[in-house]
Each structure stands twice: as C-alpha cells, then as structure tokens.
Design a protein around this ligand. Sequence first.
Ligand SMILES: [Zn+2]
Length: 357
Amino acid sequence: MAAPRTTRPRRAPDPRRAALQQRLRQQTRRALIGDGPAVGVDIGGTKVAAGVVDGDGRVVAQLRRDTPTKSPQAVEDTIAEVVEELASQHEIVSVGIGAAGFVDAERATVLFAPHLAWRNEPLREAVERRVRARLGRRVGRRTVVENDANAAAWGEYRFGAGRGEARLVCVTMGTGIGGAIVNSGRVQRGRYGLAGEFGHMIVVPGGHRCECGNRGCWEQYASGNALVREAREMARAQSPVAHALLELAQGDPEAITGPLVTEAARAGDPAAIELFEEVGRWLGIGIANLAAALDPGTVVIGGGVSDADELLLGPAREAYRRTLTGRGFRPELRIVRAQLGPAAGLVGAADLSRGWG
Ligand SMILES: [Zn+2]
C-alpha cells in the first residue's frame, strides 16, 4: 500500500491578516510622519495650485501658477518650483500631488492624463529628483501622487461636507466629472488605482463623443462642458429664449462660459435655469446608478458647476428619486454641496501624503 501523501496543501492567504498588516503599516507611517504642515499640489489643465496645509486642514500658505503647455517636463519643473518655494519657508513633513489623470496603485506614476501630456510618467520620482536638485535635500519623509478627484474627496471627508460619513461618494463637476469613493476612512482605489472614474460610465450609447474615445459618457451630459455646449447651441440657434445669455456674452455665443450661465441663472433667467435643470437631471440619473452599484450614505457634489448650488442640486435630487431602483422601499442618500471649494484638491492631497486614506 502506498504511503499517504504528507505534503500539506498550500494555504490560501488570509485576507483578514493582510488587511490587518496593511492597517498596521499605515498607522506606523502616520506616526512617523506626524501631523505637521504638508505641501499639497493640485494640477489642473490650466492652473497649478499649491499650498501648505496644517493638521486641521487649514491652508496656511498658497501659490498659483499657470500650467505650462503640453511638455510634461515643464509641468514637473513648475511643481518642483512651487514645492521648493513653500518648503523653504515651512518645515514640511510630506508632499502630496493631485493630478487630473489615471494614477497607478503605487501612487507614483501617472498612467494617462486626458488633459495633460503625461503617458506612463513616473511623476513622483521626477518631482523628488527636481526638488532635491533645487534645494540640495529632500522635502519631507514622503511624496505621493494622487488622482485629483480622490484628493478632493479626501479633503471633503476629513474637513468638509463628508465628515463622519462611513460610505461616501464624491462627484466633482468641472470641465468633466471626477469621481471618488471613501469607505470606512479609506479611499477605494480599486485593484489598479483606477476606481471612481464615474464620468466615463456610458449613459447614452452612441451619444456625444468624449475625449476618452467613447461616446455617451456621463460627463458629456453632467459637467461644465455639457452646460456650456448646450448654452452655446441654444444661443447659436438664435433662439429668443437665449436673449439674456447672449446679451451677457456681448452677442458672441462662443463667449458663453460656465460662470456666465451660473450668473444668468442666479439672476432668474429662465433659459439658464433650464440649462441647469437639464444638467441636474443627468446628475441625478447618474447618482441613482451609483446608488445601485455602491449604496453610499452621502454624495458630495463639488467643482465649479456646483457653484450654482440649489439650481443644480434641486433638479438632481428630483431626478435621483425618480430613477432610483427600489424607490419607496429603501432609504435615500443625501446629496450635498462640497464645502472646501477649489482648495479641496490640495488640502486632500496634502493630508493623504501624511499616511491617511
Ligand atoms: Zn468618456
């Protein structure tokens, strides 16, 4: 009779143990870095905003630069320049960089940035090298790169409209849509760092073309770009209802901008109000989809379009209620406006670099 096999089957890794180890590593890192001032940098398509953020989320110093045109190196030089300037005046514990793009799970490389020239760009290393060359030393204990929407969501979770919410989703409505998920005090980055790209969920197959290459993405219907596109179209059609908008734009449909539509809507212009109702409706439909997938308790709406406040959020809540699956038989989430304004991204990036999230 053959001897029984004695090799033990290989044990599957214990997920609880892995999670515990990760939490311990994070706590150790936070303890090492501490709660001192951190630099946050928010890189947008047109502006680089940087600041020193204290442990309570207050911005104690701030700088702004234009984002240099297409060269990735020029943008990196600008980031290094602002970090150097802030670090030469403050004792900095860490540096967080929020970038509008797909950031890898290591939080070091920008894989792809639709509005910037980065393709597989090792941003963390590039910035650290430049800062060292300028200052002759490294700044802080750590530099991390974050997706800008994740950074803004973290800022709202820690210091703004999302405080105390265990299941939070943030939707940042700028030119496009930035999305982020914060669960139990952690940013949900997904397996490859790319979770939360809600703006590219397809809501209208075959609809408007998106910069991502697809058609009918949510951000083509619920964003600043969508608002401006519809407003200009209305004005170009010489519709009498667009009279007030055209007058504000001095007769040029191409001069209509998001803030201009907001201004008109606040002043009671029916056409501008209608444009916000339409964008708000699409926002609410998308949020109902997010509720089906993620079941959050609060959705925070930020970005420039949210300046319209209830003119946008009112129609969004209504459309959300009409579209929600299982409506009438489930609790409804809260839809609220972000509180930190344009600083959310840099505040969140700085705080995340201390080892949070
Ligand atoms: Zn898209």
